[in-house]
Design a protein around this ligand. Structure first.
Ligand code: AMP
Length: 309
């Protein structure tokens, strides 16, 4: 099985209360691909500029991620994002966004990328997401976005959401998109646009899954070291879709697999936030992933018991 991802391939400059870093490897597609690579074969699609070196490509290839559909634009500059976090690390403050090579990007998916059963349309302009969706023959496509695109390209985003099976947004973005203050109503309103699965990401508080069968919630792991939350949402999506692809679930009707995927998404997001950029996830081991899955089970498991008085 294979999973294709399109989204930003970026350099990020980030400041948090725990330090700062300049021009780290980042971007929605990169964070997603690294997390998903622990579960399935991943193909990454997107443009980079002259400033994207062999050492950056090597981080992806070291995880077996197929980079053939990364387009090198001569004399171009790679997407750049600068942001910071205050003490509430659930909210990223954007200081600068340079689309650079993404402004002119016309995706052309190779045959292999088109044929993946699963597709992730990571955060990028909705028109690009639509273009990739049209080229792909995936039976299950998921989409992420952000406040910038909700504010500036709302109509295209709504059309893009109508063309996918699974929507993965932050709770605040779901409320903003639907203008519904209640999360359940917001999720149901987006399901009416098309997706059969909606995942509301809630930062350190975890995530909620909505399908026709009902909902499922998982908390965030209570971590002592959180240094940089950038990419947590994409790492969640990578664990979630990577697992679904590995167990060959391409649809919203396998409740058991969707719940397990929510747990793996949370596991990957919890690692992502422990260090800056891609540092923690790119050096992870399968044993660490398995241990953390057990930690989630211990955190959430309880036996149903009647009241005794
Ligand atoms: P998240 O998982 O939401 O924390 O995503 C973080 C990543 O999104 C960073 O690595 C940024 O490079 C990327 N990013 C920030 N703004 C944008 C944007 N407007 N379009 C696409 N990617 C973005």
């Amino acid at each position: 099985m294979a999973l294709t991802v399109v989204g930003s391939i970026a350099f990020d400059s980030v400041r948090t209360p725990f330090g700062e870093r300049e021009r780290m490897l980042g971007g929605s597609a990169v964070h997603f691909a690294l997390a998903a690579s622990f579960f399935t074969d991943v193909l990454i699609v997107g443009p980079v500029g002259d400033d994207f070196g062999a050492e950056h490509l090597a981080v992806l290839s070291a995880h077996g991620i197929a980079t053939d559909d990364i387009e090198h634009v001569a004399r171009g500059k790679t997407f750049f994002w600068r942001g910071h976090y205050e003490h509430d690390m659930n909210f990223a403050h954007t200081d600068e966004t340079q689309l650079n090579v993404f402004a002119e990007f016309e995706p052309k998916l190779s045959r292999r990328s088109r044929e993946s059963q699963m597709l992730f349309l990571g955060n990028i302009q909705p028109e690009l997401q639509r273009d990739v969706r049209r080229q792909s023959s995936a039976s299950f496509a998921a989409l992420d976005s952000m406040n910038l695109w909700i504010e500036t390209t709302r109509e295209s985003l709504i059309v893009a959401i109508g063309e996918i099976e699974c929507l993965m947004l932050n709770d605040a973005e779901l409320r903003m998109l639907t203008e519904q203050p209640n999360l359940v109503h917001a999720a149901r309103a987006t399901m009416e646009l098309g997706p059969e699965v909606v995942v509301a990401k809630r930062g350190e508080y975890g995530a909620v899954l909505f399908t026709d069968d009902g909902s499922f919630a998982i908390p965030g792991l209570l971590l002592e070291d959180v240094r940089d939350p950038t990419g947590a949402g994409d790492s969640f999506a990578g664990g979630f879709l990577g697992y679904l692809d590995a167990v060959r679930i391409a649809g919203g009707h396998d409740d058991r697999a969707l719940r397990q995927a929510m747990a793996y998404g949370s596991v990957m997001a919890s690692f992502n936030v422990e260090d800056f950029g891609t540092e923690r996830v790119s050096s992870l081991t399968e044993a660490e992933i398995a241990d953390r899955l057990s930690a989630f089970k211990r955190l959430t498991h309880f036996e149903e018991a009647p009241i005794v008085r």
